[in-house]
Design a protein around this ligand. Sequence first.
Ligand code: PEP
Ligand code: MN
Length: 338
Amino acid sequence: MMIIMRTSASQEQISHAIAYVEQNGLNVHLSRGTERTIIGIVGDIRRISKETIELMDGVDNVMRISKPYKITSREFQPENSIINVNGVKVGSDEILIIAGPCSVESREQLLESALAIKEAGGHALRGGAFKPRTSPYAFQGMGEAGLELLAEVREITGLPIVTEVMATEQVDLVAKYADVLQIGARNMQNFNLLHAVGKTDRVILLKRGMSATAEELLMAAEYVLSNGNRRVILCERGIRTFETATRNTTDINAIPVLQAQTHLPVILDPSHSTGKWEYVLPIARAAIAAGADGLIVEVHPHPEEAVSDGAQSLKPEKFAQMVRQIRAVAEAVERKVK
Ligand code: PEP
Ligand code: MN
């Protein structure tokens, strides 16, 4: 539910409405727009009376949120959420670029990748230590040793770490090392995991399930937000369609669709959405042109030797070219790459 205050409402009237809600054991989120102030209400709304609030001075009206997700919706919070990652204000006009290998393989591989990414203008380092592989016989990741390498490379380069957490029992361990916890496509509806990361103070990168609708992604985000963690970045990573020419089909539509429905930032993964490095640059450009708040891209110093996703990994020179192009596209759509 949300309370829409009149444009002329005084601070006292706003505080009075908030006090009523809080005294009844519910929480509020205040959005002060230039046009109007909205008080979003979180919790069991049966405890408060819509009619009582409507009679308060300064209140224009009280509305139920029409969407099945609440805190995630733009109705609840009209202004964009802005999430700081390494000084980049994601959700503002600033574009976030996350890059790195699919899997952490060795100190040399990770450090070489990170130095090249930093040099080219990337803002954060990705790398999986726990890998959700389709085959149980495929490389499953280095585990904690991989997290230690990520932390060491962060120490050297200053790049914050984005890494996947696959299981509820691993959340504390991964959160100890990571700056951003990635929830992979295969775990988008692992509700216990979403609940657990919602209790952490880390930024969450929530990837869209390969067969999930935009609304299901927003419902998954609601699990995290409703558990207290409001710092969620959504990621479109391609969906399954009848098309087999690419690994997945990039749903470019999802960028403006999600941004219309939610205040959370939306980034795109052109690596998993295409599956081939040759297509990564054009789709990265398209994403920024369509209004994405950032990109997460796989980069490997020697893609032919990669233990996972080599075919879709950019070599460092290509990544540098991508960043140059993204800068130009960002400028054309009144955004910027810091
Ligand atoms: C990844 O980022 O390496 C990954 C496994 O992505 P997704 O969950 O989108 O498949
Ligand atoms: Mn990968």
